[in-house]
Design a protein around this ligand. Structure first.
Ligand SMILES: [Zn+2]
Length: 414
């Protein structure tokens, strides 16, 4: 970036304009970029080999963010004092640490906090640095999903929240904090939110901590947090959003389109709402729709192609050509989990899809009396409930498991 100010006063005028997250010209979203910058003010030239600039992702226009302007101002005044006309600056690797999470000592870039629009203008928190983005490998969430002490909700692969259940049972959560994903697929928390977590949870995350890539503005997380538009969709909608997220990850990564009967699926998806009362009859509508969307709504042919993509010929099962969607999804999961140290119980993870199918066939009264009883028994044991009369418990447990399964699929398929 090259920028010239005829006078120091011109620079000061620019300094006083706070650059926002959206481009003035085209309204495109801006992100932070580490750039090579030459600034000319009156007769003096300042060259920076790395300096943060805000660039518009749509039209490419570049602007100086606040902290960079502050640095330029400081250096310019020093040059005037010393009578210098040309200056070369390479930033030192100084990393300021804020008074949050000092034990966990996460990697983050304090310059993000000062440069990304809005983050340092925070009236709610008295200690500086609360809204500093801290980046992690998305796989960190897999641990939290698999441990029952935590509740994790991922909404359409763009943001979510994680809470640790209160062991005393007085409150729902001991702590509960939001997270997001940036355009590189990294998991992002605010430093101040991480500070609410207990030390053990902080330590687990520490193992997944990544260097900042400075990207966050173009994310639903940032947009929602800055504009206070967070809302939690119901679990049923979340499952559908994560199914779409999984399909789009596969499309982007492998160029394989898993959609099947897309229009019919959307029509059924509209009928998916949380029932008000839980009887076999009221539950059957949602179960029916879910079975169509989550089991029949995948192209078996394309799932098979994905299986062939992930498994070399000598690793393929002799019977894989006869497999239906659930079995194929299970094998894909096994492959996705291969490089994860914590072994995930894929058999349990995939179980809600089988239940969905059984439940639907039972509810549709397609079975003999004997078969009905054994299907009910199977559902009850798999979900670990007391009896088939507990429709509410069965329903909620089934939704929790489906939610977990699709959160895994969306996290692992990127
Ligand atoms: Zn623009």
């Amino acid at each position: 970036m090259d920028i010239t100010f005829a006078t120091y006063n011109d620079f000061l005028t620019g300094y006083q304009t706070y650059e926002m997250d959206k481009c003035n010209k085209c309204k495109g979203l801006r992100e932070i970029l580490d750039d090579d910058v030459t600034v000319r003010i009156e007769k003096r030239t300042l060259h920076f080999s790395n300096l943060f600039v805000l660039y518009c992702k749509k039209c490419g226009d570049k602007f100086l963010p606040q902290y960079s302007k502050q640095m330029i101002d400081g250096i310019y005044k020093e040059m005037v004092k010393q009578g210098c006309f040309i200056g070369e600056y390479t930033p030192k690797n100084f990393q300021k640490k804020f008074e949050y999470c000092q034990t966990a000592d996460y990697k983050y870039d304090h310059k993000d906090y000062y440069n990304i629009p809005g983050l340092s203008y925070d009236e709610e928190h008295s200690i500086e640095g609360f809204l500093t983005p801290v980046y992690f490998d998305r796989k960190a969430l897999i641990y939290f999903i698999s441990v029952p002490d935590y509740d994790v909700d991922i909404f359409s692969e763009t943001y979510g929240h994680i809470g640790k259940k209160d062991p005393t049972g007085i409150y729902v959560y001991d702590w509960d904090v939001p997270f997001g994903f940036n355009s590189n697929g990294k998991l992002v928390f605010w430093l101040g939110d991480l500070n609410y977590m207990d030390e053990q949870s902080q330590a687990i995350l520490k193992g997944f901590n990544l260097d900042s890539d400075h990207l966050i503005i173009d994310s639903e997380f940032y947009q929602a947090q800055m504009n206070c538009i967070f809302s939690n969709p119901i679990k049923e909608k979340q499952i559908l959003m994560n199914k779409d997220g999984f399909i789009s990850n596969v499309k982007n990564k492998y160029r394989i389109d898993l959609t099947h009967l897309d229009e019919e699926c959307s029509a059924h998806a509209k009928n998916i709402k949380r029932p008000l009362v839980f009887t076999e009859q009221s539950v059957s509508g949602v179960i029916n729709a879910f079975d169509k969307v989550l089991v029949e709504g995948f192209s078996i042919k394309q799932l098979r192609i994905l299986y062939e993509t992930l498994y070399p010929e000598n690793e393929r099962d002799a019977k894989y050509k006869d497999w239906q969607s659930i079995r194929l999804i299970k094998e894909l999961l096994l492959k996705f989990c291969e490089d994860i140290e914590d072994t995930i119980d894929v058999e349990t993870l995939i179980s809600p899809l089988y239940i969905l199918h059984d439940y639907r066939i039972y509810l549709d009264h397609l079975l003999s009396m004997d078969k009905q009883e054994s299907t009910k028994e199977h559902i009850v044991t798999t979900l670990g409930v007391q009896s088939f009369d507990e429709q509410e418990t069965i329903y909620l447990e089934e939704m929790d498991r489906l939610n977990k399964l699709f959160q895994y699929l969306v996290l692992l398929s990127k």
